[in-house]
Design a binder for this molecule. Structure first.
Ligand code: C2E
Ligand code: CA
Ligand code: CA
Length: 513
């Protein structure tokens, strides 16, 4: 069924929205998980780095501690011990001893003199410098062991680590993230640069791990967009699953919408919403043109499309089986509408319903007719069922019983659209046809030309021979009405007398009469 534009747009959009929900939700959760993974990775690598640098510092601290007792002794006596530490300890590059703020002996140069400023050492113990006179431009970590008492006034032993060891550690452990070593105000990055300025700010998952034993800390973090990279590289199967779920949700939604708006579903909805309503077209007696009855014609009061003609939806309703409950609803509404004014109707007022072949397959039609008649005072109306000649019913035991019992309860059967199909005499008998409705295409032949009228005359003649009541439909002109009356057609129906009208109009007209 056609839908209005707004709901069509909404129906086109909804599957996309429904499909997007699992994808977006999944992306948010996966992003959050990737972020957590980055924080964990940062914490792990920073802790490992701190541990590794602590092991290096343990090594040099051991050298400095061993050499401290030599501080204050002449360089010539201490030099060998200084060199021995360099040779024996893997991370020690050079060793020095100092007294009263002055370095006076080194493993490399022996006797020499240089100022030692204790304030350059964080906590008096550790200093990070960008290079020295031997290897300018190469980072060096200096560890200082110190004692200051009356017997050993301001004596220090220093051991230096080549920054390369630390840089290697930063590079090896920080494969996915940048690791930075901070010593006081100085920091060393993985590219070997020593800087003394503000630490770089990490865009994502920043982590700092401090050593419990040395005045060092390691900072790490990730560049913006790292979480997306982790998602793509670590969770490709999950992302594919999300897309699949999104697609599935969208497709299921589209399928459900389609099913909900399929023509049969639309008919069911309309039936529940009582949108199928009866219209009434009076049938007049040919003699005095008084209303002898009415044909009940179905209309669809569609919420968006307005009043829909029956030929647009009856074939569909017949195809999907909805025609039976629709007809039942029409009979019910008609009974409710007309029974209150039944006493005003003339004797044996006819109420005719169009019945599809599908309704004649079992005895439910009989029950429907009984229920309809029960709504009226006995004998006040005549119920007529119109079966179209265009769609002949297959005779069977069930149909035979059905029509026999219908007859018994006083229901009349009319053969609609007579002349357009191929009903035989035996067919008319099998279904106990009481009345023939001459199709409007024959009525339209009146006044056109002699040959056509001849065909109509033959049809009327055939009706008379069958000795059945005759109704002519589609009477539009007085000439047609007069001609048919002259031919002894019993009843006339057509726009000339009245067009199909709503229940309210029909009741109003009946009440005026
Ligand atoms: P039908 O049973 O032959 O009904 C007569 C049709 O002719 C009606 O069309 C009526 O409005 C129209 N008509 C009446 N007088 C004139 C006239 O003077 N000139 C012209 N040109 N037309 C006239 P409607 O209401 O559109 O119904 C069309 C068809 O839909 C009906 O043809 C009938 O076959 C089917 N139909 C209507 N209501 C029902 C129903 O409740 N159940 C079933 N199964 N079919 C129905
Ligand atoms: Ca009819
Ligand atoms: Ca007809």
């Amino acid at each position: 069924m056609p839908l209005n534009r707004k709901s069509a747009r909404r129906n086109a959009l909804l599957p996309w929205l429904v499909g997007a929900v699992p994808v977006l939700l999944g992306l948010v959760i996966t992003y959050w998980q990737a972020e957590r993974a980055l924080v964990n990775e940062g914490e792990l690598t920073a802790t490992q780095t701190v541990g590794q640098i602590e092991r290096i510092l343990d090594n040099v601290a051991g050298a400095a501690d061993e050499l401290l007792p030599l501080a204050g002794t002449p360089c010539a006596d201490a030099q060998l011990a200084l060199r021995d530490q360099v040779a024996r300890r893997p991370y020690v590059r050079s060793t020095l001893i100092a007294e009263r703020g002055s370095l006076y002996c080194s493993s490399l140069f022996g006797d020499f003199r240089e100022r030692l400023n204790a304030a350059d050492y964080v906590g008096g113990r550790l200093s990070l410098i960008s290079g020295n006179s031997v290897t300018p431009g190469r980072a060096v970590l200096l560890y200082r062991a110190h004692r200051d008492d009356p017997q050993h006034p301001d004596q220090s032993a220093l051991a230096a680590v080549d920054g390369t060891h630390v840089i290697n550690t930063l590079n090896t452990l920080g494969r996915h993230n940048d690791l930075i070593l901070q010593v006081g105000a100085d920091w060393l990055s993985a590219d070997g640069q020593v800087q003394e300025q503000a630490l770089p700010v990490f865009d994502m998952a920043p982590v700092t791990v401090q050593s419990a034993r040395y005045p060092i800390s390691v900072h790490t973090g990730f560049a913006a967009g790292s979480a997306w990279q982790v998602m793509v590289s670590d969770y490709p199967a999950l992302l594919a699953l999300l897309l699949f779920l999104g697609l599935l949700a969208g497709l299921v939604c589209r399928w459900l919408l389609k099913r909900a708006h399929s023509p049969p579903a639309e008919l069911r909805r309309a039936l529940l919403a009582a949108e199928f309503v009866p219209y009434f077209q009076p049938v007049v007696r040919s003699t005095d043109k008084h209303w002898a009855g009415a044909e009940v014609l179905m209309r669809w009061q569609h919420p968006h499309l307005g009043l829909v003609r029956p030929d647009l939806f009856i074939p569909l309703a017949e195809d999907c089986g909805e025609i039976v409950p629709m007809t039942r609803s029409l009979m019910h509404q008609t009974a409710q509408l007309i029974s209150p004014i039944a006493h005003r109707l003339g004797e044996q007022f006819h109420l005719a319903f169009n019945i599809s072949a599908a309704h004649c397959q079992d005895l439910t039609l009989l029950a429907d007719c009984r229920e309809f008649l029960a709504a009226f005072p006995e004998g006040s109306i005549k119920l007529v069922l119109e079966l179209t000649e265009r769609e002949l019913i297959e005779p069977s035991d069930v149909t035979q019983r059905l029509f026999a019992e219908l007859h018994e309860i006083g229901v009349k059967i009319a053969l609609d659209d007579f002349g357009t199909g191929h009903s035989s005499h035996s067919y008319l008998q099998a279904f106990k046809i009481d009345c023939l409705k001459i199709d409007q295409s024959f009525v339209a032949m009146i006044g056109v030309e002699a040959l056509s009228r001849h065909i109509l005359d033959n049809v009327i003649d055939l009706c008379h021979k069958l000795d059945l009541q005759i109704v002519a439909e589609g009477v539009e002109t007085p000439e047609q009405g007069e001609y048919l009356a002259a031919q002894n057609v019993d009843y006339l129906q057509g726009y000339l007398y009245a067009k199909p009208m709503s229940g309210a109009d029909f009741v109003a007209r009946l009440s005026q009469a």
